[in-house]
Write a protein that binds this ligand. Structure first.
Ligand code: URA
Length: 429
C-alpha cells in the first residue's frame, strides 16, 4: 500500500480496511503507517478510498446504538475556532425541538478551544461518561455533550497522534475520514457542519474551506447521514468572549436570549438547517422562526440544567458562579487610543493570548486555567470612543494581564470610516 500510494495508484478498499485494523491492533508499526500517511498527504485519496478509510476507522471501536424512537438523532461539528461555543446552547435547543443529540466533542489543542474544556469549568461536570451512560442520558434528557470513550474510534486517536507528529494533519481526505469516523459512530440521521475560514481557522481561505466542506458533505451524505455545511468566518472571534468559563457564561446568556447577535445567529442557523434536513420544517425561514421561538421560550435554558445535572454538575455551585463578574484573580481593561470604528479584531492573536494566559494547551498533557480569557470584545463595524473598552483581560496576576494587554493592542484596528463587515455565514453546502 505504501508503494502503491507513493506511485499514485489507487488502493483496494478491502486492503485499506485490513491495514487500518492491523495498525490499530499493533500489527503494523508506526514507521510504516507514518510513511503511508505522508504518501496520502502528497497523492491524496479518491472518494472510494476516503470512504473506506472512514468506515475502517469508525468500525475500529464501539458504534453508539440507540433504541427506536421518533426523535431523530442529530449532531453538529465545527472545524474549530476562537470563541466558538455554539455547541453549548445548541445541544439543549435541539433537544427541546424534538431531537436526540449524542454530541461527542473534543478538547482544545493550540489556539482552538475545545467544547469539553469549556464544560469542565462547571463544578462537578463529568465529561467522560461510559458508552451505556451516554445512550441513557440521550434517551432521558435528549442531549449529552461528552468526550469519546476509550472504546470509540480508537483508530482515529492513534492516527491523529501520528499525523500530528509527522506533519500530515492538513490533508483533506485524512481530515474528512477523521471527522466523519467520529460523527458516524453516533448513528446519526442528520448532521450540520460549520467549516471555518479565516486567520484563526484550520482552513485559511474560503476556497480551501469550500473544498473541505464539499468533501465532508459528499461522503457523509453517501454514508446515509443527511448533511449540510455552513462556511463561517473566523477572522474575528465568535461572540464577545474567549476562554473556557467566560464562554460557558456567554452560552448561558444566549440561552437566556441576551447573548451576542452572531452567536445567536449561528446557533439558530444550525438548528434551522437540521429542522429542514429531517423534514421537521418545510422552509428555512420557518425553521429559523421555530428555532428562535423555542430558544426564547426559556425551555432550552432549563434543558441545559437538566443535562448538566445528568452529567454530575453541582447546579447550586454553577448558579452561584454564573453572576460573578470574574473568577480570575485580576481583570484589566484594554482601552482604545482613538475614536472611530473597529475594523479588525484578530481572532488568531486573541486565541494565542488566551492560550498563553493558561486558557489553552501547548501539548495534550498541559493543564488548563478555566477562569482566564477575554470578554467584552468589540467587533468589526462597531463604533468606539477614545478611552472606550476594546476588551477585558482576565488573568492570574497583574504582570500576566499587562503582558496580554500589550499584545492585544495589535489585535484591534480602528478606522475613521465604518468598514465593510463580511457576513458570518459565507455560504451553505
Ligand atoms: N478535527 C478532527 O477531528 N480531525 C482532523 O483531522 C482535523 C480536525
Amino acid at each position: 500500500m505504501i508503494e502503491a500510494k507513493r506511485d499514485g495508484h489507487s488502493l483496494d478498499p478491502v486492503e485499506l480496511k485490513e491495514s487500518i485494523s492491523a495498525y490499530t491492533t499493533g500489527r503494523v508499526p508506526d514507521y510504516q503507517m507514518a510513511a503511508f500517511l505522508m504518501a496520502v498527504y502528497f497523492r491524496g485519496l479518491n472518494e472510494a478510498e476516503t470512504g473506506a478509510l472512514m468506515r475502517a476507522m469508525r468500525d475500529s471501536g464501539d458504534v453508539l446504538r440507540f433504541p427506536k424512537d421518533p426523535r431523530p438523532l442529530v449532531d453538529k461539528h465545527s472545524t474549530g475556532g476562537i470563541g466558538d461555543k455554539v455547541s453549548l446552547p445548541l445541544a439543549p435547543l435541539l433537544a427541546c425541538l424534538g431531537f436526540r443529540v449524542p454530541m461527542i466533542s473534543g478538547r482544545g489543542l493550540g489556539i482552538t478551544g475545545g467544547t469539553l474544556d469549556k464544560l469542565d469549568s462547571i463544578p462537578g461536570f463529568q465529561s467522560l461518561p461510559a458508552t451505556e451512560r451516554i445512550v441513557e442520558i440521550v434517551q432521558a434528557v435528549g442531549c449529552v455533550i461528552c468526550g469519546q470513550t476509550a472504546s470509540m474510534v480508537p483508530a482515529d486517536k492513534e492516527l491523529y497522534a501520528l499525523r500530528d507528529a509527522t506533519a500530515t494533519v492538513p490533508s483533506i481526505p485524512l481530515i474528512v475520514a477523521s471527522i466523519l469516523s467520529k460523527k458516524l459512530a453516533e448513528s446519526l440521521e442528520a448532521l450540520v457542519l460549520t467549516v471555518k475560514f479565516g486567520v484563526a481557522a484550520f482552513m485559511p481561505t474560503l476556497e480551501r474551506a469550500h473544498e473541505l466542506a464539499q468533501a465532508l458533505v459528499a461522503l457523509a451524505n453517501e454514508s446515509g447521514v443527511k448533511t449540510r455545511a455552513l462556511l463561517t468566518d473566523m477572522h474575528t472571534p465568535l461572540g464577545r468572549s474567549a476562554g473556557n468559563w467566560l464562554e460557558v457564561r456567554e452560552s448561558v446568556e444566549c440561552l437566556e436570549s441576551r447573548g451576542p447577535k452572531d452567536l445567536r445567529e449561528l446557533v439558530l442557523a444550525c438548528a434551522a438547517h437540521l429542522l429542514v434536513q429531517t423534514g421537521k420544517a418545510k422552509s428555512l425561514d420557518g425553521a429559523f422562526q421555530q428555532a428562535g421561538e423555542c430558544l426564547d421560550s426559556g425551555r432550552p435554558r432549563k434543558k441545559w440544567n437538566e443535562m448538566l445535572a445528568a452529567q454530575g454538575a453541582d447546579l447550586a455551585a454553577f448558579e452561584r458562579k454564573l453572576p460573578l463578574d470574574h473568577t480570575a484573580p485580576v481583570v484589566v481593561e484594554l482601552k482604545a487610543e482613538s475614536s472611530g470604528f473597529v475594523s479588525r479584531c484578530d481572532a488568531r492573536l486573541i486565541g494565542e493570548v488566551v492560550r498563553d494566559l493558561g486558557g489553552g494547551r501547548f501539548t495534550k498533557e498541559s493543564s488548563i486555567n478555566y477562569d482566564v480569557g477575554v470578554d467584552a470584545l468589540v467587533k468589526p463595524g462597531e463604533a468606539i470612543q477614545s478611552g472606550g473598552v476594546l476588551t477585558r483581560i482576565h488573568a492570574t496576576d497583574g504582570a500576566q494581564a499587562e503582558a496580554a494587554c500589550a499584545r492585544l493592542e495589535m489585535a484591534f484596528e480602528i478606522s475613521a470610516q465604518p468598514p465593510v463587515v463580511n457576513p458570518l455565514i459565507a455560504g451553505t453546502i
